[in-house]
Write a protein that binds this ligand. Structure first.
Ligand code: AMP
Ligand code: MG
Length: 313
């Protein structure tokens, strides 16, 4: 890689320092900028970005993506007390239609996928980590937390395990989801990927093409970039998150990539940083540094698998 391209990556990295991954074409800086048009905004506690090659379609596309993410945020956030997920967590059960109406986010589908990936990764991915996230201080306004006692850790672990999610199909085309043993869901490791896929399908349904959606490092591309046939995705340097590594990942139309790392979110306990990715088997935050990027056919799969691989299977 030439020095110029390295500098371009670094400068763009600083410019987009709040997002986890930047999308770059392997073009020279002067050629690149005018060819992709973009909108950025904050949602789901991260930065969302929509980029496309056709400027006349930029606002239509960005509006669709923005609406999709807002809807998911309101219906699937554990921070919204009236969301379906909060109702499930407080009541321990919810009954949902197998096919939700209109544009509603599909919580049942999402939980089904989360359970499948938990099986596939032997529990490295586990959507029932909610009590552990709370225990380690990830649900507080401040970053400083205190070390949990062994008793508290043991107690929290007794509510964790994807086998505690019980799905029963009813005769009237609904499914009842039940959380046993006081389990509570945290879909933070998969919901952003799902949101990207939903937005992707809506954009394609609206006839839009040649775009990239990025929600906090969960990326899916469509069509072709301004130059070449595949999109080139640059990965942020986990040791210096305002910089990019020399590596790029190529994505074909429809493909997705997600990155998980300990640098994204953390708490500080006795001066030491603890990552927001928890090993559900030990109850401890993963101590590994670095990041994991996973390429997949859907953003949901890339999102959940990058979290799982970071935990270690
Ligand atoms: P990501 O940034 O996609 O790697 O997801 C990290 C988020 O997923 C955390 O902030 C938690 O909300 C949740 N999480 C943490 N550990 C796990 C785990 N082992 N399995 C599933 N979700 C997790
Ligand atoms: Mg993830």
């Amino acid at each position: 890689m030439t020095k110029a391209i390295k500098y371009l990556l670094i400068i763009l990295g600083i410019f987009l320092s709040l997002s986890t991954i930047c999308i770059l074409s392997k073009r020279r800086n002067a050629d690149f900028a005018p060819l992709l048009h973009s909108r950025q905004w904050t949602t789901m506690s991260t930065i969302a970005e929509y980029k496309c090659t056709d400027k006349s379609k930029l606002d239509d596309g960005a509006k669709l993506v923005r609406e999709t993410f807002s809807k998911i945020e309101s219906q699937l956030s554990i921070f919204n007390p009236t969301s379906q997920i909060s109702i499930l967590n407080t009541q321990g059960t919810i009954t949902l239609p197998i096919k939700p109406g209109g544009d509603d986010p599909d919580l049942l589908f999402l939980i089904n996928e989360a359970v499948k990936i938990s099986h596939r990764t032997s529990g490295a991915f586990d959507p029932t980590v909610a009590p552990l996230m709370r225990l380690w201080g990830f649900r507080r306004a401040t970053r400083t937390a205190s070390m949990p006692t062994d008793t508290d850790l043991h107690e929290a672990l007794s509510h964790v395990g994807y086998q505690k999610i019980i799905l029963t199909t009813n005769e009237n085309s609904t499914v009842t989801i039940k959380l046993i043993d006081g389990a509570k869901l945290d879909l933070g490791g998969i919901a952003k990927g799902y949101a990207v896929d939903l937005a992707y399908d809506r954009l394609v349904g609206a006839g839009l093409k040649d775009f990239i959606i990025n929600l906090g490092g969960n990326i899916r591309v469509n069509g072709t970039p301004p130059q070449g046939s595949e999109w080139q995705i640059a990965i942020r340097d986990p040791d210096s998150p305002d910089k990019l590594t020399d590596e790029t990942l190529s994505l074909k139309s429809g493909e997705a990539v997600a990155t998980s790392g300990s640098y994204e979110r953390y708490v500080v306990i006795d001066g030491k940083r603890y990552s927001h990715i928890i090993d559900p088997r030990t109850g401890h935050p993963v101590e590994r540094t670095g990041s994991v990027s996973v390429k997949a056919k859907s953003a949901l799969e890339a999102d959940a698998l990058s979290t799982a691989v970071f935990v270690g299977m």
